[in-house]
Design a protein around this ligand. Structure first.
Ligand code: KIV
Ligand code: ZN
Length: 540
């Protein structure tokens, strides 16, 4: 169908590969399930040659999300990334082969600057490598995607030749990356038009676009590519990715949806799941979404100015180009209160898309009752925060058992923390710090005995009012674990881990978020064997 734009999601590959976006295997699986339910056509599940963990994670997604199952109506293609080497391609095939629709995505740089300084290869050598390795990948897998890395800065004539070679060797999707986010929409659109016009064999292939956001132009460039003939868009949830990120899935999808009259292009995406997916990825990675982020930011549908509010009351179309419900932003305010029972909570959770087992439901219900004692009205956002928080605060290795702080202007901020350790024993420690949060983190460090640096700490209130739940996301950088190899430039980056916590007490929420990040770091260190952080299954 010429008016269908395939959505290729690379949150788990280009997104997860970016600093700080590390996810555990079960979190990756839950993100993949969410993407599949949302209707994503292709899930790039990882870079199998990067590490044995990556390979395992992609394999699991291929087996559990890439095959027909009850709650996923259209089975997505499961794709893995590979450099143009036999080892990478073999590992990639091993990881994706169990999927109903496997794809190998192989790439090599084609810009003069990358070939000269990074690859140290001449054009003819790159051409030969493409012919050899695309053919090799195609001997294993029917569905091959090829990317000329840094296409945005490559000589177009050379690009046409390389793409023609890839097509002859068996590639059927040709992805054009603006790897460094350098091009402008008219240039990138012209590049796609030129490829469509000048590459022999391209008429039988899908042209794909993959843009980075270094100049804030990723979505504009992606749309320019689509308007010039691309029919696959490579995107990530919340636009996470290398440096300034990748094109945001939600922005492309909602532009095609909202401006359908002009563009006449469709996707398979169920837009009502966008807000949920955004929250899931933000919680799992610890990368918070800026409040004014298009589509999924906290303020994306808020109208503050008097003139705007007045217009909205008269007719919402005055200032609203899309309905919040269309992207899954819930408008319900008062849903439950202190007299609501377990059944009511269960029903509300189901309506929000959460299927919790009895144990998890009991835990969330206890939390709900405690919250209802402190807060008169419990909103959907509060309930979602409790579920997210509970899914993070399972005692995996170290669990929070108690916290007390003293702070203010009259003394040294002090925190006393009690944790339950892996052996079930409680340990208590008191520390001083520059403030109560710092003191609490120091006390936790003293018990857990790990070394990390806090690189991000974000706190915000979920709803308005003094009794609001506070939500905290943190990212920590490991000082003990070996650096991750960035597969494209082979430079090591320290490993970072995200954590999330919610509570009416912001110091408690902070301690929970910090502990959830530390627990992930401990899991990654392998000291505690094959522990897995649980991720709640959602049903929508
Ligand atoms: O940005 C890039 O060039 C990539 C390729 C591997 C597609 O991520
Ligand atoms: Zn990229």
């Amino acid at each position: 169908m010429d008016n269908l734009v395939k959505i290729f999601d690379t949150t788990l590959r280009d997104g997860e590969q970016s600093p700080g976006a590390t996810m555990t295997a079960s979190e990756k699986l839950e993100v993949a399930r969410t993407l599949a339910r949302m209707g994503v056509d292709v899930i790039e599940a990882g870079f199998p040659a990067a590490s044995p963990d990556d390979l395992e994670a992609v394999k699991r997604i291929a087996m559990e999300v890439g095959r027909p199952s009850g709650d996923i109506t259209r089975v997505p293609v499961i794709c893995g990334l590979a450099r143009t080497t036999q080892n990478d391609i073999d590992k990639c095939w091993e990881a994706v082969r169990e999927a109903a629709h496997p794809r190998i995505h192989t790439f090599i740089a084609t810009s003069d600057i990358h070939m000269k300084y990074k690859l140290k290869m001449e054009r003819a050598q790159v051409e030969a490598k493409v012919a050899e390795m695309v053919a090799y990948a195609h001997s294993l897998c029917e569905d091959i995607e090829f990317s000329p890395e840094d296409a945005g800065r490559s000589d177009p004539e050379f690009l046409y030749r390389v793409l023609e070679i890839a097509i002859k060797a068996g590639a059927t999707t040709l992805n054009i990356p603006d790897t460094v986010g350098y091009t402008m929409p008219d240039e990138f659109g012209a590049l796609i038009a030129g490829i469509k016009k000048n590459t022999p064999g391209i008429e039988n292939c899908v042209i794909s676009v993959h843009c980075h956001n270094d100049l804030g132009l990723a979505t504009a460039n992606t749309l320019a590519g689509i308007r010039n003939g691309a029919r696959q868009a490579e995107v990530t949830i919340n636009g996470i990715g290398e440096r300034a990120g990748n094109t945001a899935l939600e922005e492309v999808v909602m532009t095609l949806h909202t401006r359908h009259q002009v563009l006449d292009l469709d996707t398979h995406i169920d837009t009502t799941q966008l807000a949920r997916a955004s929250k899931l990825v933000s919680n799992y990675t610890g990368m918070s979404v800026q409040p004014n982020k298009a589509i999924v930011g906290a303020n994306a549908f808020a109208h503050e100015a008097g003139i705007h509010q007045d217009g909205m009351l008269k007719n919402h179309l005055t200032y609203e180009i899309m309905l919040p419900e269309t992207v899954g932003v819930l408008q319900t305010r008062l849903v439950l209160g202190k007299h609501s029972g377990r059944h009511a909570l269960k029903e509300r959770l189901a309506a929000l898309g959460y299927a919790l087992d009895e144990d998890a439901l009991n835990k969330v219900f206890d939390r709900f009752k405690t919250l209802a004692d402190k807060k008169k009205t419990i909103t959907d956002a509060d309930i979602e925060a409790l579920v997210s928080d509970e899914s993070y605060q399972h005692k995996v290795i170290f669990g929070l058992d108690g916290l007390m702080v003293s702070c203010g202007t009259m003394g040294l901020p002090t925190a006393t923390v009690r944790l339950v350790g892996p052996d079930g024993q409680t340990q208590v420690h008191a520390s001083i710090g520059t403030g109560p949060v710092d003191a609490a983190f120091k006390a936790i460090d003293a018990i857990v005995h790990t070394s990390s640096t806090l690189v991000e700490f974000v706190i915000h209130a979920i709803t308005e009012g003094i009794d609001a739940l506070g939500e905290v996301t943190v990212r920590i950088e490991s000082c003990d674990l070996p650096a991750v190899q960035d597969a494209q430039n082979e430079t090591g980056q320290p490993r970072t881990f995200g954590g999330y916590g919610a509570d009416t007490d912001i110091v408690v929420a902070s301690a929970k978020a910090y502990l959830s990040a530390l627990n992930k770091m401990l899991v990654a260190s392998g000291q505690y064997g094959e522990v897995e952080l649980p991720a709640y299954q959602t049903i929508r």
